[in-house]
Design a protein around this ligand. Structure first.
Ligand SMILES: Nc1ncnc2c1ncn2[C@@H]1O[C@H](COP(=O)(O)OP(=O)(O)OP(=O)(O)O)[C@@H](O)[C@H]1O
Length: 339
């Protein structure tokens, strides 16, 4: 049985969201303080996380963190945590020894996104379509970014329990006549179409090339940012269709996740891409595909969908957890190191 002090962390607490390209940190002085945002760090600029933290943060602030709570994109299976898409290997024992920390917890990045949707501020989300949040009901977060992250947030025994998984890798299939024309040109992974083959940055290019190929066109746009920009300005018909289909397919997968978790508390779209294509997500395709789940369409119409527009949602989730760890059922076994 854990005691209350076993579950809490000593302040000041350093919180960090460590992605493939950027690592973002903030310092929580105490339970009621607002997180002090620290300058973002490019993971590629430093050999190790200890060096990055020492040179770009600790040397520049007077407070000394006693604990660290980090969210990382990668599996946490041992004392050595390699980051997906980046060169760092997080070694919590080295962090304790070299940075003078007493306590280090490492969780999955989408678990942090799930923590952020327990009680988001009104200004940090934009509702897409109808439905309303049923309090104390499960929620889901999906984030198209470098990959497609998915996590559930289940409410049980007065506690929010994040449920990380590999939901971005579920199968996705064609439904409309147009889908059947485009699908043969999509690049599969080992013979199958997983959600993440379409619903992420490189997935946008996969879809764009397939849309062009289905119409016998030579793709003229170089990267996903060009595709979404041309789609939003309406300049390029293939880009417009690509983003329209992207929204519909994201709606389908979001609807599937809502069904799996019975997410009457809402489905939240995080990740960099959702914010960048928000005007397209507000068009009918996303929500129509989300609701199109016979025999459960009437249920789906009651479930709200939101885009998360907080610029650092994962950090806000970590801050909520750091302040009140007992409100959340975050598993700490094998993921917490203490000096
Ligand atoms: N304007 C845009 N339109 C579409 N995709 C974009 C745009 N800008 C960036 N991307 C793509 O978004 C993906 C990055 O997503 P996001 O910003 O969510 O990062 P992330 O997955 O959190 O990565 P990390 O934190 O590891 O740096 C990349 O594939 C990038 O090419």
């Amino acid at each position: 049985m854990l005691t209350a002090s076993d579950q809490s962390f000593s302040f000041p607490i350093l919180i960090g969201d460590i992605g493939g390209t950027n690592a973002r940190f903030a310092l929580l002085a105490d339970r009621s303080a607002e997180p002090l945002q620290l300058p973002p760090v490019k993971t590629g600029d430093f050999e190790t996380i200890e060096e990055a933290l020492q040179k770009s943060i600790l040397d520049k602030i007077s407070e000394r963190p006693r604990s660290a709570i980090l969210a990382v994109a990668g599996p946490i299976k041992s004392d050595e945590i390699p980051l997906t898409n980046a060169g760092w290997v997080i070694r919590p024992k080295d962090m304790l020894a070299r940075l003078g920390l007493e306590d280090v917890l490492v969780i999955n990045d989408f678990e942090a996104q799930a923590l952020a949707i327990a009680a988001p501020a009104e200004k940090d989300v934009v509702q897409i379509g109808g439905g309303s949040v049923r309090p104390r009901s499960s929620r889901v977060v999906l984030g198209p970014g470098t990959g497609l992250g998915v996590a559930g947030l289940v409410f049980a025994q007065d506690t929010w329990i994040p449920v990380p998984g590999e939901g971005g890798h579920v199968d996705i299939g064609p439904r409309s006549e147009r889908d059947f024309r485009i699908w043969p040109f999509l690049e599969p992974i080992e013979g199958r179409m997983a959600g993440e083959q379409i619903l992420c940055g490189r997935g946008i290019m996969n879809l764009y090339r397939a849309v062009c190929a289905a119409d016998g066109l030579e793709p003229s746009l170089k990267d996903q940012a060009e595709v979404t920009t041309s789609a939003l300005s309406g300049d390029d018909p293939a880009a417009v269709e690509t983003v329209s289909l992207f929204c519909a397919y994201l709606g389908r997968v979001a609807g599937d996740m809502a069904l799996i978790f019975m997410a009457r508390g809402g489905v939240f779209l995080a990740g960099g891409i959702s914010q960048k294509i928000l005007p397209a997500l507000m068009k009918p395709e996303f929500r129509a595909a989300f609701e199109d789940k016979a025999p459960h369409s009437s249920l789906m119409r009651t479930i709200p969908t939101f885009a998360v527009v907080h610029p650092m949602a994962a950090l806000s989730g970590l801050a909520a957890f750091a302040r009140a760890p007992r409100d959340f059922g975050v598993a700490m076994e094998g993921r917490r190191w203490r000096s």
